[in-house]
Design a protein around this ligand. Structure first.
Ligand code: ZN
Length: 594
């Protein structure tokens, strides 16, 4: 067995996908469903099949086996994905299977360099040179335990430490890592981070991929310096602390979103783990989606995001933008503003974590917050100002998909802003996007005749039925009038070629329409009882054969009539004989042994 087969046989696709997407099992069936990580959706159309070890999205048509899934979601090559799975699940990869791909090798090297850098920074912080930085952390209330868990560190002030430690990787990789920079005026390199408190940034699997550095000297600029983008670090995709936050976020259907590293650490060390920050960028769509992957199950249960940003002007604008991104993905949004405009970590130190939790639990919906922004922004004394305020709120109102919730909000807005609700409803209707525009996925398989559909379902779901039907078709051939003929023929070819049946291989060999049909039938809701699958399949097959003979008989009858009309009696008799044979065959199929 080669390594790919070994991985596939030891891993369960439900686990692998479940690492990234919250899945829900469909009763006792082997089908699991969740929100697709590859496109934006509010009701789950993404299925994972534990028997076929296959995933399929009915919205965007993403599909494949577990390795394909990892390639797509991590953006890695085939070999890198094998390596990632082998590391994550502790299944050692034989050396000769290691990738010979320069791209994968350099990514590997970058991960290794970041790990070396992280350890170097940690040593510095805990060594004699780290006394000042440790005092700073103590003053900010970061416990030694949290400092260890977050792997905080200190960058050496002279700027040559990493240059030396990473030398063996060569100048090209050193520069590519973003950890080392080239001197402008003279030859040589220096460390990008110097005399800074270091916050390692991890990817979703917990590997260090970048750093944020806070200046320690009063005059050092900028206050925060971040790693540049590299092959292993795409800023817009990464959330600080996501790998530690996700377990609790999934349990509670809730994520707290804050601005900075210190906010995350302050909240986390007080025992609230489901907290993340968008680091070094304002919140992006990709980041919102990775939050959603953790907390959302369905539209009705989309999960809550508690936004706890700095209340200053920049923070308010950031909050407004973030709200709209979060709402666009169907998430529920609450805004937490702490009394006295305190930072989360300050607040927790002064008022205790229970008070923080209480405020987070009762944080008002985003809408009340936004209405306050509108009231401050426009002149609420004049009718014109009130209408302006309403127009300011309208885009966010429109993003509320739930009709009842929206109606309640319209009432709330009208009384809060002092505008006639009738006027609001009128404006709203005019500006509303077309409800019907929401895409519904049409099932292609519903156009297939019922007997063919059932036959294919049976042989996809039951191995016994599959082997019985393919054995039978292997002898007599596939009836010529089947709509799904090419699917059955492909399965026959796979069988006679001696390859084991997997859904992934089958799908690979099919045309697009057939791929969709197979995907739909694999994940369909009506499940087939495995006990009776073979009997049902044989029953369908016979009905289809008889139908095929009937079709041929009517063609033949028409021809006989034509030939008779032309006066070619001899030919007519010959065809009549043929018809008779066919009728015998039909009778046999009906009554004879299976
Ligand atoms: Zn999709």
């Amino acid at each position: 067995m080669d390594f790919v087969d070994q991985l596939k046989s030891q891993l369960d696709i439900v686990d692998v996908v479940g690492h990234y997407v919250r899945l829900k099992r469909n009763g006792a069936s082997p089908r699991h469903v969740g929100l697709c990580p590859f496109h934006t959706e509010k009701t789950p159309s993404f299925g994972v099949h534990s028997v076929h070890q296959f995933y399929k999205c009915f919205g965007c048509d993403a599909k494949g086996d577990l390795i394909k899934f990892v390639m797509e979601i991590e953006g890695t090559t085939f070999w890198e994905s094998l390596k990632l799975l082998s590391d994550r699940y502790g299944i050692p990869m034989p050396p000769r299977q290691r990738p010979d791909d320069p791209e994968a090798r350099s990514r590997d090297a970058l991960f290794e360099m970041h790990e070396i850098a992280a350890r170097t920074f940690e040593e510095n912080l805990n060594g004699p040179a780290g006394a000042d930085a440790r005092r700073y952390l103590e003053k900010r209330g970061v416990s030694p335990g949290a400092s260890r868990e977050f792997r905080l560190g200190l960058a050496d002030a002279r700027g040559q430490q990493l240059v030396q430690r990473l030398q063996r990787f060569g100048p090209e990789l050193m520069e590519e890592s973003g950890l080392i920079a080239k001197r402008q005026e003279s030859a040589g390199f220096y460390d990008r981070f110097r005399n800074r408190l270091i916050f390692p940034i991890h990817n979703e699997s917990g590997k260090v991929i970048a750093f944020g550095g806070r200046a320690l000297g009063q005059d050092d600029q900028p206050k925060y310096l971040n790693s540049p983008e590299t092959k292993i670090y795409r800023k817009t995709f990464v959330l600080y602390n996501l790998h530690r936050a996700k377990a609790q976020a999934r349990k509670l259907d809730r994520m707290i979103l804050v601005e900075g590293y210190m906010d995350v650490i302050g909240i986390y060390q007080a025992g609230i783990q489901n907290v993340v920050a968008s680091c070094g960028t304002s919140l992006t769509n990709e980041q919102v989606r990775s939050i959603k992957r953790q907390i959302a199950q369905t539209e009705a249960n989309a999960g809550h995001v508690v936004v706890n940003f700095d209340p200053d002007a920049g923070g308010a604008r950031g909050t407004e933008r973030s709200i709209n991104l979060l709402l666009a993905e169907g998430l529920r949004v609450n805004i937490l503003t702490l009394p006295g405009d305190a930072d989360p970590d300050e607040f927790i130190q002064q008022q205790g974590v229970d008070n923080y939790r209480r405020l987070a639990d009762s944080a008002p919906t985003y809408f009340r917050w936004l209405a306050d922004v509108a009231r401050a922004k426009f002149d609420m004394q004049s009718a014109e100002g009130r209408v302006q305020a309403f127009h300011f709120l309208l885009p966010s109102l429109q993003r509320v998909h739930d009709k009842l919730e929206r109606a309640a909000l319209v009432n709330e807005v009208s009384s809060y802003l002092g505008i006639d609700p009738q006027l609001i409803r009128e404006q709203f209707r005019r500006a509303s996007p077309d409800e019907g525009a929401i895409r519904r996925v049409a099932a292609i398989s519903s156009s297939v005749p019922p007997n063919e559909r059932l036959l294919l379902s049976c042989i996809l779901q039951s191995e016994d039925a599959r082997s019985a039907v393919l054995h039978y078709l292997g002898q007599g051939g596939v009836p010529g009038n089947l709509q799904l003929k090419s699917i059955f023929e492909t399965m026959l070819a796979m069988r006679s070629g001696g390859s084991a049946f997997t859904l992934a291989t089958l799908i690979d060999r099919l045309h697009e329409r057939d791929q969709k049909i197979v995907g739909e039938l694999t994940f369909q809701d009506a499940s087939i009882d495995s006990q009776s699958a073979t009997a049902q399949a044989i029953h369908c097959l016979k009905a289809l054969e008889i139908k095929s003979i009937d079709d041929q008989r009517s063609i033949l009858r028409r021809r006989i009539r034509d030939v008779e009309n032309e006066g070619r009696l001899e030919e007519a008799l010959r065809l009549a004989d043929e018809l008779q044979k066919m009728e015998n065959e039909r009778r046999q199929k009906r009554n004879g042994p299976s």
